[in-house]
Design a protein around this ligand. Structure first.
Ligand code: 13P
Ligand code: SF4
Length: 307
């Protein structure tokens, strides 16, 4: 009788597959993955990997980006219904209408969006490179920023550029209030506060560091502090605690009725992962014409220097 982990490792070899997992995935999924990381790191990996099969443990837009950046490879998403509440807030149709009203504007689209929306965009960004992406656009060009108004507001504050913001937000990050940060600081006065840029401007303004999930790992590595308050989806606590068992991490939502949990990031189980490798499905495919246009926007993003 083999354990699920043994079966997955055996099938992985047989299929010449590699498993990628986002930082918010459950601990057992992160532990079995070959690579874990944030959206930017995982897209870069998807584009450079040699394996013919990528099993993406994350949400649909991430697996779609991998399929777009690695044409010819098979990308599996173990649970097809893993979506993203933020990505659902923009449609290609609505973006086309906005573009018609402002034909001169450059459209910068956060990767938390569908392939169809990316295909209508000039350049993509992630939470890890949004500031650099906007800085790479000539000053005189007007910019439409899609779909996260909070990330857009953060980029606006960092770059001094006025952006036209799409009215979308992540339901998990947008629910955190400034009062939650103030309360957590009172409780843990020695701790540094790390906030994801999908949080509201009045929340990011209270942070010691505003970072993507990968950026939070770097922030902790470079800091001498012993204690941190973490304002992002609670899954992020696992990689932080694993990498730094001697330090203390407090989820900001620990004592709040508003826990920071993204249900879509908690769906994939080891059994789903085993079944995906066994049946080689569900496969993520993107219409080739949409994929070509979305790839241009993603590749322009990847060409922007990372500091
Ligand atoms: P990161 O790119 O920071 O990993 O964030 C992805 C995401 O979905 C945040 O909610
Ligand atoms: Fe989307 Fe928010 Fe979940 Fe991230 S945490 S995948 S932005 S719904």
């Amino acid at each position: 009788m083999h354990t699920l982990t043994e079966e997955i490792n055996h099938l992985k070899k047989e299929r010449r597959a590699i498993i990628l997992a986002h930082n918010y995935e459950p601990p057992e999924i992160q532990d079995i993955a070959d690579i874990t990381g944030d959206s930017l790191g995982l897209s870069v990996d998807a584009a450079r990997l040699d394996q013919p099969v990528i099993v993406f443990c994350g949400v649909r837009f991430m697996a779609e980006s991998a399929a777009i950046l690695a044409p010819g490879k098979t990308v599996l998403l173990p649970r097809l219904e893993c979506g993203c509440g933020l990505a659902d807030m923009a449609t290609a149709h609505a973006l086309r209408s906005m573009r018609r009203e402002r034909p001169e504007a450059v459209v910068v689209t956060y990767v938390n969006s569908s392939a169809e929306v990316k295909a209508e965009s000039d350049i993509c960004c992630t939470s890890g490179n949004a500031v650099n992406v906007v800085r790479s656009i000539p000053e005189k060009r007007e910019i439409i920023f899609v779909p996260d108004r909070n990330l857009g507001a953060y980029v606006q504050a960092q770059t001094g550029r006025r952006l036209i913001l799409w009215n979308g937000a992540c339901p998990v990050h947008d629910a955190i209030r400034a009062a939650d940060i103030i309360k957590a600081r009172e409780k843990h006065p020695e701790a540094l506060v790390m906030v994801h840029p999908e949080c509201r401007p009045e929340v990011t303004q209270l942070a010691d560091g505003v970072c993507s999930t990968g950026g939070m790992s770097d922030f902790v590595r470079q800091s001498h502090a012993q204690e941190f308050i973490v304002a992002t989806e609670e899954g992020m606590l696992y990689p932080l605690r694993k990498a730094h068992p001697e330090r203390i991490f407090h989820p900001v939502s620990q004592d709040s009725p508003q826990r920071m949990i993204c249900p879509d990031m908690k769906m994939i189980t080891l059994k789903d992962l085993r079944d995906a490798l066994k049946k080689m499905e569900p496969v993520i495919t993107v219409n080739p014409e949409i994929a070509d246009r979305a790839r241009s926007a993603l590749e322009r993003m990847l060409a922007v220097p990372r500091n």
